[in-house]
Write a protein that binds this ligand. Structure first.
Ligand code: NCD
Length: 314
């Protein structure tokens, strides 16, 4: 388990949420506690608060996104912020503008929060050095996706009561996955044991130094696990051939009801989405409400993003 850093309220210190790696246990727990308070609100008929009234939130998405983008959009609106979402495929970037020029342009309009998703690892960190407002990382390259890990943690806590003492398997394209990295940091920090499972070609070298056990055999990796997180093959980040074929990948690594039996009897299944049915996951299993937490992850994602926006925006 990671050691606890100095105790500080989020509001007074880091104004940016750039990753789980530089978060303290207390900060993570503060976000999760705050998020819990929004679950009920989001299920009610009146969902609007004025916590961020008068604040401007810009969602800057340089990569495609369905869940994360809509979740940040709704989260900001439910807290009363003025939210503008920019899909950067249509921006001046196409005309050759750099990330920094874009940041300076937006900064001149006095936003209070910028939520950024970018294909380059470290882009949110760079942005945070150039603007005056809060920066929240919505996924950068293969580095981190902190709000995804936080919503995964909240989903597990909601079902299992706690994360401490659980055994969690993360299975699939670990090499290219920012979700895997953020979850490894967070689940370890909250006291879980983490197994990572992948074919050799999709397993990062030295991954064990992050405090996980690595497996290329699904049966061994799933043994005794309470939670099984499946990951998509991140084809957009692959240069060259990492796998013989998708069919073969499914046979050895795709989660089927038969393979899930290697985990604990009451094991639950998670997936950050988008799912590739028949590649990393059996389609019936993905929809099986007795084991799949996929919809709950999406639901609680809004609550987690509301908590992050509220706690990080001064
Ligand atoms: C993930 C991402 O973008 O990193 N998706 C998400 O945010 N829900 C995982 C993925 O793209 O496979």
């Amino acid at each position: 388990m990671a050691t606890e850093k100095k105790v500080t309220a989020i509001k007074n210190t880091p104004r940016h949420l750039l990753g789980i790696q530089n978060l303290s246990v207390l900060e993570a727990k503060e976000i999760l506690t705050e998020a819990k308070s929004f679950i009920k609100l989001n299920r009610g008929s009146s969902k609007k608060l004025d916590v961020l009234r008068g604040k401007t939130q810009i969602n800057l998405f340089f990569e495609p996104s369905t869940r994360t983008q809509s979740s940040f959009d709704l989260a900001g609106k439910r807290l009363g912020a003025d939210v503008m979402t920019m899909n950067m495929g249509n921006s001046a970037l196409k005309k050759g503008e750099t990330l920094i020029d874009t940041a300076m342009t937006l900064n001149a309009m006095h936003p209070d929060i910028i939520v950024i998703r970018h294909q380059d690892s470290g882009a949110p960190n760079l942005l945070s050095q150039k603007v005056n407002c809060t920066v929240i990382n919505a996924g950068d390259g293969r580095r981190e996706h902190p709000t995804q890990a936080l919503l995964d943690a909240l989903t597990i806590i909601n079902r299992k009561g706690n994360i401490e003492g659980l055994k969690i398997a993360i299975c699939g394209d670990i090499l290219h996955s920012r979700v895997a990295r953020s979850n490894i940091y967070l689940m370890n920090m909250l006291g879980a044991e983490v197994n990572v499972i992948a074919p050799k070609t999709l397993m990062p070298k030295g991954i064990d130094s992050l405090g996980v056990k690595s497996f290329t055999d699904v049966k061994k990796g799933l043994d005794g696990c309470d939670i099984v997180m499946m990951l998509r093959l991140q084809n957009e980040r692959m240069q060259g051939s990492f796998l013989p074929s998708k069919r073969e990948y499914y046979e050895f690594f795709g989660l089927t009801p038969e393979k899930l039996k290697f985990a604990k009897k009451d094991a639950l299944l998670m997936h950050p989405g988008p799912m590739n049915r028949g590649v990393e996951i059996d389609t019936k299993l993905a929809d099986d409400i007795n084991v799949s937490l996929v919809k709950e992850q999406v639901e609680l994602g809004v609550a987690v993003r509301m908590a992050c926006l509220k706690l990080y925006c001064k």
